[in-house]
Design a protein around this ligand. Structure first.
Ligand code: AMP
Ligand code: MG
Length: 412
């Protein structure tokens, strides 16, 4: 049996970054970009107006105010998208709209609110400084500038930037294909009526959802009976995947054959059994070079061990640098006692109350109690030697989602 830290170290040392693939910019969302993006053009391209108003020569407006207005001759109208035709001379102005190109001769924009149109002339009521309300060429992005660096996660703003540079495709890390197989003679498919002694295979679905949540492609391979030839056949069928996950059959029971089959199929077994609860019987190795996580079958063990080991592994494959869940300190809402020498992952709800985080256990913590995960937003992590926690004592919690940081009403 090895520690959680040692297990994680071995697992991550066996993770490799996948190749890049070219995808449409929208399909790059939430993924890690595998190239540096340099601006191929200035944005904005020519100097343009930040306001609806009048393009002027700032020197013409010197000393002008509401009390000392000035009339300028309107020589042209420049809507956005049009190329200005007239160069401004002294005493002249061009009507200009937001986003339209500044005409030659002009060096400022006076906003509409400080003007009044009177026939062919416009009366202005304010002085403007050189450059006022002009968006200068390249003020957002200069040609040649690094705008998105390799390794960044692509979100809406990055997608907008790529679009503004005319990029329709971009290189991101490929999504890992993850084969998911459930093992157990007692398992039946989701559509079947579980007759006495039978259990619906829920793990495959929970695992597929977990794989999707960390950017992978789940390949759900159904249920396999607890016999060697069936397991071998299913493992062979899974060899086209980048990672294989099985659930069940890794414990010490007579029908727990996954480890044996792993060994018989040219497996490199890295470890079996981790000092944790839930999730102790985890097996990790590879079959013909394809990494294999043999997760324990109890639904909570399956999910918690995925969280601790498979999730960081899959994120690393996809080029992510931040591969672990955030941990914070919270006050325990109750006394907790646990077994010594084993790390515990206790399902909890963490809430913020009066500027403190409070962690409340979600009821029965049996590894078959999936409801404890359904209501949880965090895991209280108790180290191997942290065996007794008093009510109100500080504990480390690992956040399973960002619900703690979401609000129901607008807050400043
Ligand atoms: P095992 O690790 O194979 O001994 O499985 C432990 C227990 O987990 C079984 O007795 C089942 O109750 C449960 N279990 C195993 N596989 C699944 C599955 N795919 N879906 C739901 N429960 C499962
Ligand atoms: Mg089993």
């Amino acid at each position: 049996m090895i520690s959680v830290e040692k297990a994680l170290k071995i697992i991550l040392a066996n993770s490799r970054e996948l190749e890049l693939e070219k995808v449409n910019i929208l399909d790059a969302r939430t993924r890690v970009i595998g190239e540096d993006i340099f601006a191929t053009r200035n944005i904005p391209s020519p100097d343009n107006s930040a306001m609806d108003g009048y393009a002027v020569r700032h020197t013409d407006t010197k000393g002008i105010s509401k009390k000392r207005p000035l009339q300028l001759q309107v020589v042209e109208e420049i809507p956005a998208g049009k190329i200005p035709q007239k160069k401004l001379r002294k005493g002249e102005t061009s009507r200009i709209m937001t986003g339209a190109i500044i005409p030659p001769g002009a060096d400022a924009v006076i906003r509409q609110e400080d003007t009044q149109k009177i026939g062919k002339v416009v009366e202005i009521y304010a002085a403007v400084k050189k450059g006022q309300d002009i968006r200068f060429s390249g003020e957002d992005v200069k040609k040649g500038e690094l705008v998105i660096s390799r390794g960044s996660i692509i979100g809406p703003a990055q997608i907008g930037m790529l679009a503004s540079l005319g990029r329709t495709f971009v290189n991101v890390y490929r999504k890992p294909r993850v084969a998911i197989m459930a093992t157990g003679n007692e398992l039946v498919d989701i559509k079947s009526d579980p007759t006495p002694g039978k259990i619906v295979n829920s793990n495959s679905y929970a695992l597929a959802a977990q794989v999707l949540e960390c950017g992978g492609i789940p390949l759900v391979m159904g249920i396999t009976k607890d016999n060697k030839s069936a397991l071998q056949k299913k493992f062979r069928a899974a060899l086209g995947a980048d990672v294989i996950i099985s659930s069940g059959g890794v414990s010490v029971g007579d029908y727990d054959l996954v480890k044996d089959v792993m060994a018989e199929m040219g497996n490199t077994m890295r470890f079996w059994q981790v000092a944790m609860r839930p999730g102790k019987p985890l097996a990790f190795g590879a079959i013909q070079g394809i990494p294999l996580f043999g997760l324990p079958g109890n639904p909570v063990s399956t999910m918690v061990s995925f969280e601790q080991f498979v999730r960081p592994y899959l994120l690393k494959m996809q080029g992510h640098k931040k591969i672990f869940r955030q941990t914070i300190k919270a006050l325990s809402a109750q006394k907790i006692e646990k077994q010594a020498g084993v790390k515990h992952f206790i399902r909890a709800v963490v809430k913020k109350e009066k500027n403190q985080y409070i962690a409340t256990i979600t009821g029965d913590q049996g590894s078959g109690i999936l409801k404890s995960m359904v209501v949880a937003n965090a895991l209280i992590i108790l180290k191997d030697n942290e065996n007794k926690i008093n009510k109100g004592e500080k504990v480390t919690v690992q956040l399973l989602d960002d619900s703690l940081f979401k609000a129901e009403s607008f807050q400043l």
